[in-house]
Design a protein around this ligand. Structure first.
Ligand code: SF4
Ligand code: ZN
Length: 312
């Protein structure tokens, strides 16, 4: 197998692009896909300050690495969920990356510890609330990432969602006809109201396997295990189904998700009218001031319930 670009020995084949690459040309391909995503979705400019949500996994660390190497001003935020046997390891990976690659690019790492700030680890909190762990985790992470981005004056928040994540999410949304989620399933969501950070997904053009290869080839030390709470999740099932289709017919995920984005671009109302809609429905939470559609935001409601259920 020879590299499509330079004809040296290839290290990875990409059936969906009908191509194979050597290491330098593959790195160039990955950087180019991210640069195209940033440009076509108008995610950010070189002068913008970016906050990357990192988990210690391959996607978020690869994203931080790529943005720094492309010359962007990117810091990172890690949320320590306090999951015994998992959070310690993932935090260690993030800190090591921040001390090496991050430091070399003058980038800093912020850490939010759920145990300290919310009073208990995510599993204990979910138990108190009688809620699935992932649902409590989603509320906390969304809230804390937005808050950190706004409070520390970042222009945009970036997450490591890749093509597989977005295609699986799209499949879930389509299977249940979740119109509202479909409307918001874009790789770039503007900061429509005061207090809401702009959110972007610069890896949406890259498959999970391509990012794993990038991480390994560039010696990014990441946590290989999935979060133990992810076991049995619908997302993993949708990913398996899509992988099966991809093996039979390379390019399926890309055609599915990118096709959706193309249709969405033609039919979705202009960003200005979406912002108007947000401005009409969102207002500051009476407790914390972050934007919400209710009087009290879901995070504050959740924390008040957890407090009320804590044994004294
Ligand atoms: Fe949070 Fe669930 Fe994801 Fe683990 S799997 S990080 S608990 S949402
Ligand atoms: Zn609130």
């Amino acid at each position: 197998m020879r590299c499509k670009k330079c004809h040296e020995k290839a290290v990875i084949g990409l059936p969906r692009h009908n191509a194979a690459f050597c290491k330098p040309c593959f790195n160039e391909f990955v950087h180019d896909q991210v640069a195209r995503a940033i440009k076509s979705e108008r995610m950010f400019d070189p002068k913008d300050r970016i906050l990357v949500a990192v988990s210690g996994g391959k996607d978020s660390l690869a994203l931080w690495d790529i943005l720094l190497k492309l010359g962007y001003r990117a810091d990172a935020l890690y949320v320590d969920l306090g999951i015994a046997g998992y959070s310690e390891k993932s935090c260690e990976k993030v800190e090591r990356f921040a001390d090496t690659v991050g430091k070399a690019h003058n980038a800093s790492l912020l850490i939010h510890t759920v145990q300290e700030e919310e009073g208990a680890g995510i599993r204990e909190l979910a138990d108190l609330l009688h809620r699935p762990t992932c649902s409590a985790c989603g509320t906390i992470k969304r809230y804390q990432f937005n808050r950190a981005a706004v409070e520390h004056d970042y222009d945009v928040m970036a997450t490591g969602h890749n093509l597989d994540d977005e295609a699986a999410r799209l499949l879930g949304n389509v299977l249940h006809w979740q119109d509202e989620y479909l409307d918001k399933q874009s790789p770039s969501l503007p900061a429509s109201v005061e207090g809401f950070a702009k959110k972007v997904k610069p890896l949406y053009r890259l498959a999970e396997r391509e990012i794993a290869a990038y991480a390994v080839l560039n010696r990014i030390d990441y946590i290989v295990e999935e979060c133990p709470m992810a076991k049995g999740s619908k997302m993993l099932l949708y990913k398996e189904v899509l992988n099966r289709l991809e093996t039979e017919s390379p390019g399926t995920k890309q055609a599915f998700y990118w096709g959706f984005l193309e249709k969405q671009a033609k039919t979705q109302p202009a960003p200005a009218s979406m912002a108007e809609k947000d401005q009409a429905t969102l207002h500051p939470c009476a407790t914390c001031g972050q934007p919400t559609t209710a009087e009290i935001c879901s995070y504050c409601k959740m924390m008040a319930r957890a407090k009320a259920s804590t044994p004294h």
